[in-house]
Design a protein around this ligand. Structure first.
Ligand code: SF4
Ligand code: SF4
Length: 386
């Protein structure tokens, strides 16, 4: 099979790439041109295979997949972009547009039955996992999914989430430009990704470059897609278009120091300024692709013979989230809750995941009636305006 190879030369995160071997010759000048947006993550894998896939063949492949799998994709509902199940390839939206909810809902639904029980002590776990192909996850959502994968795999692991992920096939769709003015993926190094997908599509003018990201993806594309050789020129064309799309877009210079910076700025006056405007509605949490708190409740049947246990998304921005037995609330004010939420993204969980846990998708910014924005907060706390 013909393929287009890129071989990694450096392994320091966020460093500028100086060399790349493409079909055995080094294109230093090309990379220096592209260094503004090509971070090390983009070329993280040792060997990258790229193929050419025409849009016609892609649609034909999706039609074949639909015969074997349930398929979800970026599509439209009453004119609004949305990740949803589709019935035909023509339903897929191939543009880079933001959605209200992220694709995390397919693996971690807003409400999910965990088990049913009988009052005699018997329990039956419910794991509603099924093979699912998801098309069109943008880099920010792929970064978010990686964070969820790590979170739900911790300790004994979350069997419901992990079973669904195990059966999922992820087909990413790279963004050639920023999707709207509220997204800031490029500030938190989430505008590109080199792993966390089974297949990745890079949109050319009409057609696509296809990248294989896993063994599962390798088997999958061979079964469903008719690909041909990708040339250096195609990749070059794509890289230039992406460079243009993200020109003048710069990451936080001090991003890696955010945990310390946020820890040292607990008393910054901006917290009170922003917190005093917060309505404690929780919308920002509901739409966030990296928030994973949930609440669990038991519901007893009317006949008292049994019941079910359900979990639902919860939100640390809601005023009663931190209420404990006895009625004490250890995060009374909206300011405390906002500070906690933003520290989860740029401090507490950033230490654990070793990356910004805000992927800059902008969903919370679009959802917030008070116009509270993690980018603005980070720029103020880190004293680093764009
Ligand atoms: S905090 Fe906001 S911008 Fe960041 S990942 Fe969550 S929803 Fe997206
Ligand atoms: S969406 Fe805005 S107003 Fe609502 S809880 Fe979040 S920050 Fe506060």
């Amino acid at each position: 099979m013909h393929c287009f190879l890129i071989v990694k030369k450096y392994n320091t995160k966020f460093c500028k790439i100086k060399n790349i071997l493409i079909k055995n010759f080094i294109l230093i000048s090309y990379l220096l041109e592209c260094e503004q947006f090509i971070t090390e993550d983009f070329l993280m894998s040792e060997k990258v295979e790229l193929f050419y896939l025409s849009k016609m063949e892609l649609l034909a492949g999706i039609a074949r997949i639909l015969k074997d799998y349930k398929v979800a994709a970026l599509t439209k509902d009453q004119g609004m972009p949305k990740y949803d199940y589709i019935n035909q390839a023509g339903d897929i939206e191939f543009s880079c547009v933001p959605t209200v909810l992220s694709p995390k809902k397919f693996f971690f639904p807003a409400e999910e039955e965990l088990l049913t029980y009988e009052t005699n002590g018997k329990m039956h776990t419910e794991i509603a996992a099924q093979p699912l192909v998801i098309f069109g996850l943008h880099p920010c959502d792929l970064h978010a999914l990686k964070i969820l994968d790590e979170a739900f795999a911790e300790a004994n692991g979350d069997p419901n989430y992990l079973a669904k992920r195990e059966q999922g096939i992820i087909v990413g769709l790279d963004c050639k430009s920023i999707c709207d003015k509220r997204a800031f993926c490029y500030r938190v190094a989430s505008q590109e990704i080199a792993e966390g997908f089974d297949l990745m599509l890079y949109p050319l003018a009409e057609d696509f470059l296809l990248r294989v990201g896993s063994k599962k993806g390798n088997e999958f594309y061979q079964r469903y897609f008719k690909v041909t050789t990708a040339t250096e020129k195609m990749w070059e064309e794509y890289a230039r278009a992406k460079e243009q799309g993200f020109s003048q877009k710069h990451p936080f210079r001090k991003l890696e120091q955010f945990p310390e910076i946020f820890a040292n700025n607990e008393d910054h006056s901006f917290w009170q300024k922003e917190g005093s405007r917060c309505l404690s509605c929780g919308s920002c949490i509901m739409v966030c692709p990296t928030c994973y708190c949930f609440d669990v409740s038991d519901e007893l049947d009317l006949n008292l013979q049994g019941g079910k246990r359900t979990r639902k998304w919860d939100a640390c921005m809601l005023s009663d989230f931190a209420v404990v037995a006895g009625g004490e609330n250890f995060r009374h004010s909206a300011t405390e809750r906002l500070q906690h939420r933003i520290n989860r993204k740029f401090n507490y969980l950033m230490r654990k995941h070793e990356r910004s846990v805000c992927v800059g998708c902008g969903r919370c910014v679009r959802a917030c009636l008070a116009d509270i924005n993690p980018q603005t907060i980070a720029e103020t706390i880190a004293d680093e305006k764009e």
